[in-house]
Design a protein around this ligand. Structure first.
Ligand SMILES: C[S@@+](CC[C@H](N)C(=O)[O-])C[C@H]1O[C@@H](n2cnc3c(N)ncnc32)[C@H](O)[C@@H]1O
Length: 247
C-alpha cells in the first residue's frame, strides 16, 4: 500500500514538473509542504526572529502602501504589521490556497490579502495608490526559473509607485560574499534543491552579475546591497534595494 502511494506521488510530481511552469511546480511544492514545515524552515534559517524585516523598519515606517510578494503563512507580515505606520495599508499577495486561508484568518483591515499570482496584479488591486514599498522576502525570487524571473521583475516595476523601493531578500551568492548556504538544500551550480520527503523544490540562485542584468532589463536601478546574518546562524543573506531608473 505504502509502495503504491509512494510510486503514485513520485509520478504525479514528475508529471507536474514536465507540464507546469517552474513557478507553478514550486507553488505546488509549498502547498504539499504546508505551513508547519515552512515554520520549521524559518526557525532553521533564523528568520523566525523577523530580523530580515526589522532591518527594513526605517522604510516600512515611512511607507504609505506596502505590498508583500508571496506572503506565505504570514511570517514576514506579522513583523511588517508591527513596524508600519497606523495610516499605512499592507497588501499580502499569495496564491497557495492553504496559506491564503491562514492569512485571511489572521489579518484584517488595513491589511488585505490578494489571492493571486502576483504577475496578474495591476493597479486595480489597490484601493487608492500604488505601493511605494514592495517587499520580496525569504528568497521568493528563487521560486522562478531564470526566464520567469525577468517577467516577474517587469511586473514589479509596473506595480511600484514612482520614487518607491523594491527590496529583494536572498541568501548570499558566492559572488556577493563567500557564503552560499541554504537550509536543507543541495546546490548544483546555480540550482538549489530542497527535499521534503519525496517532493523536491527546485530554485534558482542568482549571481550578482545575473541579478544586475535582471535589474537593469526591468528598468530598475540598484540603490544598494546590504548583507546580514540572521541570529543563531552562520548563513549570510543579502538585501537588494531597488529604485526605478531615471526617477
Ligand atoms: C519562501 S516563501 C516566503 C514567505 C514569506 N514572504 C516570508 O518571508 O515569510 C515564498 C512564498 O511565495 C509564494 N509564491 C511563489 N510564487 C508566487 C506567485 N507567482 N504569486 C504569489 N505568491 C507566490 C509561495 O507560495 C510562498 O508562500
Amino acid at each position: 500500500m505504502f509502495k503504491k502511494w509512494y510510486l503514485w506521488s513520485v509520478l504525479c510530481f514528475s508529471a507536474l514538473q514536465i507540464f507546469c511552469s517552474q513557478n507553478e511546480y514550486n507553488t505546488d511544492f509549498y502547498e504539499a509542504l504546508g505551513a508547519e514545515t515552512l515554520k520549521e524552515f524559518a526557525v532553521k534559517s533564523g528568520l523566525d526572529s523577523g530580523e530580515d524585516v526589522k532591518r527594513l523598519y526605517p522604510y516600512i515606517k515611512n511607507a504609505k502602501v506596502i505590498l508583500e510578494i508571496g506572503a506565505g503563512y504570514g511570517r514576514a507580515a506579522s513583523f511588517i504589521e508591527k513596524g508600519m505606520s497606523e495610516f499605512a495599508t499592507l497588501y499580502l499577495c499569495e496564491n497557495v490556497p492553504s496559506f491564503v486561508k491562514e492569512l485571511e484568518t489572521v489579518f484584517s483591515d488595513p491589511i488585505f490579502v490578494l489571492n493571486k499570482d502576483f504577475r496578474e496584479l495591476d493597479e486595480k488591486a489597490f484601493l487608492k495608490e500604488k505601493p511605494d514599498l514592495i517587499l520580496w522576502m525569504w528568497s521568493g525570487l528563487f521560486d522562478f526559473a531564470y526566464e520567469e524571473q525577468e517577467e516577474a521583475f517587469k511586473t514589479l516595476k509596473k506595480l511600484l509607485a514612482p520614487h518607491g523601493h523594491l527590496v529583494v531578500d536572498l541568501p548570499c551568492h558566492s559572488s556577493v560574499t563567500n557564503s552560499t548556504h541554504v537550509v536543507n538544500s543541495s546546490i548544483e551550480g546555480e540550482e538549489i534543491n530542497i527535499r521534503n520527503g519525496d517532493i523536491v523544490y527546485i530554485g534558482f540562485f542568482l549571481s550578482l552579475e545575473r541579478m544586475k542584468k535582471l535589474i537593469e532589463k526591468a528598468g530598475f536601478k540598484l540603490d544598494k546591497i546590504e548583507t546580514y546574518k540572521p541570529p543563531n546562524t552562520d548563513r549570510e543573506r543579502a538585501q537588494y534595494f531597488l529604485v526605478i531608473e531615471n526617477e
